[in-house]
Write a protein that binds this ligand. Structure first.
Ligand code: F0G
Length: 353
């Protein structure tokens, strides 16, 4: 076995990185595709989790960011900007630090998880908190990139989607073909567009015999792709996908329709239940937004809509440690289980004695 080289050097021929431009990489990609015993038993299908929280900054954004920052650095950029619900900014800041670029981050004030804020600050970005939501932040980021010498690395930058499509390549490389169904959360709709691009490219090159049905899930309070019109005040516990007007709207609709897929909505309660079930049954701790796809699969199964005997890939997009406030709030008190330093008392408390 040779060491994993990061997504650019693993898939360079498929990416818009010219010649021998050195990759700005943290060794991203090559993430585990683990079987979910729980979801496989529930659905009667073979359900695999693509655990993107194992990436260097803890989310799938690193795939797109290694590409975007490599290209921006090669083109001579000195500063980079993004709007973010927290993961894009954490990733951009890390790769910018590595490339010696100045990271400028726009986030909705008070609405990003603490772990993500810590990452942006640790990587020394300028964090601008905007009185508004993600969609307002993205408008400002576009405006800054239009008028000032700063490169925009949101997923409206096509290089981002190119990097992120490597997730689909890896799924096919491991399974030996595309899955029947591909499930994922949807926010700004870049990732579903990227995966669809990757699956199509592999099928066109003969590396897969088919493309999967693309199943995306949004949070009920932030589900413009389900209702068909932008949501002015999106709200959900899954702060990463609290987005009312996705930038890649049309690409996502195309992925849904040409794949014979669907984009559905799940409630915050369904998201939190799925997050907890995934942790308890499979040992995989994801952030709330990442559980939206799992919640969607469970809901579709309850409605009798999940085929049995299928192969189903579910992307879980971000690490649970990104946002610890939400589970701590919902899982209740750990403060009550306090004992003196005594074996017997610990045993009693643990139900062993
Ligand atoms: N899951 C997580 C953990 C995310 O951080 C995001 C998006 C998504 C899913 C949805 O992906 O936007 O491509 O449809 N986070 C962006 C950010 C918006 O700023 O970190 P998408």
């Amino acid at each position: 076995a040779r060491p994993w080289r990061g997504v650019i050097d693993e898939y360079r021929d498929w990416l818009p990185v010219v010649g021998d431009t050195p990759a700005v990489s943290l060794g991203e990609g090559g993430t585990p595709l683990v079987r979910s015993g729980w979801l496989s038993e529930l659905t009667g299908s073979d359900v695999r989790l693509k655990v993107e929280g194992s990436n260097p900054t803890g989310s799938f954004k690193d795939r797109g960011m290694t590409a975007a920052i490599t290209v921006a650095a090669a083109e001579g950029a000195e500063a980079v900007v993004c709007a973010s619900t927290g993961n894009t900014s954490a990733s951009m800041a890390a790769y910018a630090a590595r490339a010696g670029l100045r990271p400028i981050v726009l986030v909705p004030q008070g609405k990003i998880a603490a772990g993500k804020m810590a990452q942006a600050l640790m990587f020394d970005s300028l964090v601008v908190q905007v009185r508004g939501n993600f969609d307002d932040c993205l408008d400002i980021a576009r405006g800054l990139a239009d008028e000032y010498p700063v490169a925009l690395v949101n997923s409206v930058n096509p290089v981002r989607l190119q990097g992120q499509k490597t997730g689909a390549f890896e799924v096919v490389d491991v399974l030996g073909d595309a899955p029947d169904v591909h499930v994922m959360p949807v926010g700004n709709a870049g990732n579903i567009s990227a995966y669809w691009l990757g699956y199509r490219e592999y099928a066109e090159a003969g590396l897969a015999t088919r493309t999967p049905r693309m199943w995306g899930f949004q949070a009920e309070g932030a589900a413009p792709l389900v209702s068909g019109s932008p949501v002015p005040d999106p709200e959900t516990v899954a702060s990463a996908i609290r987005i009312g007007n996705p930038a890649s709207w049309h690409l996502a609709v195309e992925a849904r329709d040409t794949s014979g897929g669907r984009i559905g909505a799940v409630s915050d309660l369904e998201i939190l239940d799925a997050q907890r079930a995934l942790a308890r049954h499979d040992g995989v701790f994801v952030e709330p937004a990442s559980a939206a796809g799992v919640a969607g699969l469970v809901k579709a199964h309850a409605a009798g809509e999940v085929p049995s005997g299928a192969t189903i890939a579910v992307v879980v997009t971000g690490n649970g440690l990104k946002d610890i406030d939400t589970p701590l709030r919902h899982l209740g008190a750990i403060a009550e289980n306090v004992v003196d330093a005594d074996v017997r008392k610990a045993a009693e408390l643990a139900g062993l004695a």
